[in-house]
Ligand binder design. Structure first.
Ligand code: AHR
Length: 341
């Protein structure tokens, strides 16, 4: 054996030793932790299983347009604190461009998961694709977006069409199947506005005596709800039998407009709205609101539970729906003390 052969032999021996070393120190994949397909793709750090304290989550909230939204934000923040999750929270002040900026900044900061409640349904494909390309899972919370399913991991939130149907059925019962209705629509182009609009119509088609005589957006706010109701009253006056409001805040604003006009909300004009916030229960106790259909904002616990599952490669359902009820004045006084929002 010449000198060159000896050197080759030493080199090959060292290489083999280092390979043996690698196989013995590499962590074994825990068989029960994730589906086989995900295990193959998941890096070793994820295979070890992250905890809530390891999680960095970016959350792109819409704003603070309603009592509902305030409760929703509070639920997300409180749960992050309780679990020890590092939360990067952004309030977009009702602007889609601000939500898009927030998502891009979360991508740049390489968060583990992004949560977003899309203010409107369309216009998200590009930025969601950017998150996907960066390998950051995205969870839709509260509102859906009109994007291909592969651009988000799951949607956590309500069935807004069903809420619209429930409101329509309640209205039909309250009016005895007959009456002229005005409608305060939510934010134009948003999932709850689109779906509550169609669900309500679906439910009242079987009542030919019910007619929607005017429909306009109040942007989910009290101020706008009041302003648009004033305009409805100016045009239709006491021709109006009922108001359907896509959220309680607009209904509460409209109640003020109806009183200022000299009519009795809840009696002269029947009112059905959506959300079931405390303000709606108070209005029902005062006899000014006839029904509220629940939309649950307390999504914090389920959101972080899903976020952790997703980063650990566990499978989650494509839609995790919230459980919700319908409330009438007769139950309002008893239930108000139990309401959390
Ligand atoms: O997306 C949920 C809706 O958004 C609530 O019904 C409304 O109050 C809020 O602004």
């Amino acid at each position: 054996m010449n000198v060159r052969s000896v050197l080759y032999a030493i080199l090959i021996g060292a290489l083999m030793l280092s390979l043996v070393g690698c196989t013995t120190v590499a962590p074994a994949a825990p068989a029960a932790e994730a589906p086989a397909g995900d295990q193959a793709a998941a890096p070793a750090a994820e295979m070890a299983g992250k905890t809530f304290e390891d999680l960095v989550v970016g959350y792109a909230q819409i704003g603070a347009e309603s009592e509902w939204r305030t409760a929703n934000t509070q639920s997300i923040k409180a749960e992050a604190e309780r679990l020890g999750v590092e939360l990067k929270f952004s309030d977009a002040q009702q602007k889609q461009e601000n939500q898009i900026k927030a998502i891009r900044s979360f991508i740049a900061q390489q968060v583990d998961v992004i949560g977003v409640s899309p203010v409107v349904e369309t216009g998200w494909e590009t930025v969601f694709q950017e998150a996907k390309d960066a390998g950051i899972p995205l969870i839709l919370v509260d509102r859906r977006a009109a994007v291909p399913e592969e651009l988000y991991v799951t949607y956590l939130g309500s069935d807004f069409v069903e809420e619209g149907r429930r409101a329509g059925q309640a209205m039909a019962d309250i009016l005895g199947g007959e009456g002229k209705i005005v409608e305060l629509v939510g934010t134009v182009g948003s999932a709850p506005a689109n779906d509550r609009y169609s669900g309500f119509r679906e439910a009242i088609t079987e009542y030919p005596g019910m007619e929607i005589i005017a429909s306009q957006s109040g942007d989910f706010t009290r101020a706008k709800g009041k302003e648009v109701m004033e305009a409805f009253l100016k045009s239709y006056g006491d021709e109006i039998d009922a108001l359907y409001a896509h959220n309680d805040d607009m209904a509460i604003g409209a109640i003020q407009a109806i009183e200022e006009y000299g009519l009795k909300p809840g009696e002269d004009i029947k009112i059905v709205s959506v959300d079931a916030v405390r303000g709606a229960f108070e209005a029902m106790i005062e006899g000014k609101l006839n029904c509220t259909v629940e939309c649950n904002p307390l999504l914090g616990p389920q959101f972080f539970d899903l976020a952790l599952k997703v980063v650990n490669g566990e499978e989650v359902a494509k839609w995790v729906p919230s459980e919700e009820g319908v409330y009438f004045p007769e139950q309002a006084a008893e239930l108000l003390p139990t309401r959390q929002y």
